[in-house]
Write a protein that binds this ligand. Structure first.
Ligand SMILES: [Zn+2]
Length: 122
């Protein structure tokens, strides 16, 4: 038995969407853009190839601005679960870190991104 892979699981409230991550995030992004501040999400970024997303029913999606990514939410409980790039070839996605166990969230550093202003991390 190897402990090399932690197999961290992020799940929505009702359990219809579960996302298997290769490891707990060390850094989480708090974004103040017009959408993220309304969703109240915190993002953890991963390579798409390292993440397994399982859905028991189709997720609802939303896109805005340049519509480069779809924001997914559970069709049952409504939790925002992740964003996924629309264009093939992009390598990363964002997971809503609020779906993780609180102790994993507490262990990560939160970076504040000022998307509504400078676009930079504070
Ligand atoms: Zn759900």
């Amino acid at each position: 038995m190897s402990d090399a892979i932690e197999n961290v699981l992020a799940t929505c409230h009702c359990g219809a969407v579960s996302i298997r991550l290769p490891k707990a995030p060390t850094e989480i992004t708090h974004c103040n853009c017009s959408l993220c501040r309304r969703y109240g999400v915190l993002w953890a970024y991963y390579a798409i190839a390292d993440v397994v997303i399982e859905t028991k029913s189709p997720t609802g999606t939303y896109a805005w601005g340049g519509k480069n990514v779809d924001f997914h939410r559970c069709s049952g409980c409504g939790c925002v679960t992740h964003w996924y790039p629309r264009k093939a070839g992009r390598e990363n996605l964002g997971i809503n870190a609020r779906l993780l166990e609180p102790k994993l969230l507490a262990a990560a550093d939160i970076r504040y991104k000022d998307s509504a202003g400078t676009g930079l991390f504070n």
